[in-house]
Design a protein around this ligand. Structure first.
Ligand code: ZN
Length: 394
């Protein structure tokens, strides 16, 4: 079974040899190293610093001619020769459409809600032609470095994000609030026969009502519930977004292939559902991916490999999520289950039970059809949690 450990570039400040020695010691076959990432501030329990600031940017050279108006910030390059020396596979983890540095410089390429606000500088809209060109350029720049694969994160629409909100928004209200109605999204939906302007007005009416004191909607977002709550035009608009994403992923996958690497597509739904507490709501990630504009059935015809973010405490849930992805993308596609070796997916357990739980999830993922298991993430997990990987793989 193929395996890797996700590693942030900043984690290498511990010393490349030390990081590789540990990962080899865990029995992993590769590292999935951040070649392009978004800004963050993380507690790094065994890092060179215990609180680590990460910046938006890329850690590979930017060849001439790949970028036009949108250019990513350039950070110190990854020590790829050193990383390869350990004999491990090296995958290039690439965050595509989350980049606040670009969004702050070019707000016109960020998502725009039903009220016309552009309040999410990190969220670049996949319908904007410049963003699409940027994504292809970034894919080429990373793939050209000879990574065993390019692991794409955030190559789809994002969820609604904010920092403070004193209004009780239900999941469906938040979904409507997060839909992009920029000029390009409206036009693409209209080209598919959707009455996009009606959809925008309905979103504004519903979310505006909740902001004015109407009761928020209850329950998870499903197509049926959303149709009842917001009407068929809104659902048609939301579903039309998959054409925007599918065609973008096709362009990126083709570019990666041309550069001699291959794309692993990561759908963020599993993280949206389980990242905070490892207790994802009932709907399986593969069934809810449409909410990000991700049509897994269509992508199964385009992409050979998929990462399944199995952020769940329960091994049965891991199996259910992997199996649902396999049904969507097809049996002959590679599935890589991404597991977290520590909290919150493995919480409040003694060390023996914690290791057993991780091992059970590895077995569950494999039995459900995963060909690979990756562990997230070296710099975030304490050493005792990382140490469980060895037993779990054994
Ligand atoms: Zn848009």
């Amino acid at each position: 079974m193929d395996t890797s450990v996700y590693v942030f570039a900043e984690d290498l400040a511990e010393g490349v040899d030390q990081v590789l020695d540990r990962i080899i010691g865990y029995g992993a076959a590769g590292v999935t190293i951040a070649a392009a990432h978004q800004r963050a501030r993380d507690v790094t329990p065994h890092g060179a610093t215990r609180l680590t600031v990460r910046h938006d940017g890329v850690r590979v050279p930017l060849p001439d001619g790949l970028f036009e108006r949108l250019v990513p910030p350039v950070l110190p390059e990854l020590p790829l020769a050193e990383l390869r020396r350990g004999g491990l596979a090296v995958h290039g983890w690439t965050t595509f459409l989350r980049n606040a540095s670009i969004g702050e410089r070019h707000p016109e390429v960020t998502v725009r809600n039903c009220f016309g606000d552009r309040g999410a500088p990190a969220d670049l809209c996949p319908a904007h032609p410049d963003v699409r060109g940027y994504a292809v350029g970034l894919a080429r720049a990373v793939a050209r470095q000879g990574f065993d694969s390019v692991v794409a994160e955030a190559l789809h629409f994002s969820t609604f994000s904010y920092e403070r909100c004193a209004v009780p928004l239900g999941p469906m209200d938040a979904f409507l609030f997060g839909l992009c109605f920029c000029h390009h999204c409206l036009r693409r939906a209209a080209d598919l026969g959707v009455n996009a302007e009606v959809a925008r007005e309905e979103c504004g009416r519903i979310v505006g009502g909740v902001l004015a004191g109407d009761s928020p909607a209850q329950g998870e977002v499903t197509r049926a519930a959303l149709t009842a709550y917001a009407g068929p035009e809104v659902v048609a608009y939301a579903r039309a977004r998959s054409e925007t994403v599918t065609t973008l992923v096709a362009d990126v996958a083709a570019a990666v292939t041309e550069e001699g690497s291959e794309l692993t597509f990561t759908d963020g739904t599993g993280a949206a559902k389980g990242y905070a507490d490892g207790l994802p709501p009932a709907g399986l990630a593969a069934h809810d991916a449409w909410q990000f504009g991700v049509d897994l059935v269509a992508l199964g015809d385009i992409v050979q490999s998929f990462a399944v973010l199995a952020y769940a405490r329960d091994a049965t849930r891991v199996a259910d999520d992997v199996a649902a992805y396999q049904r969507s993308v097809g049996k002959d596609r590679e599935l890589r289950a991404v597991l977290r070796p520590g909290t919150p997916d493995i919480a409040a357990l003694g060390e023996t039970d914690a290791t057993d739980r991780l091992a059970a999830k590895v077995r569950a993922a494999k039995a459900a059809g995963a060909q690979a298991v990756d562990f997230y993430a070296y710099g975030l997990a304490p050493l005792n949690a990382l140490a469980r990987i060895k037993s779990a793989l054994g």
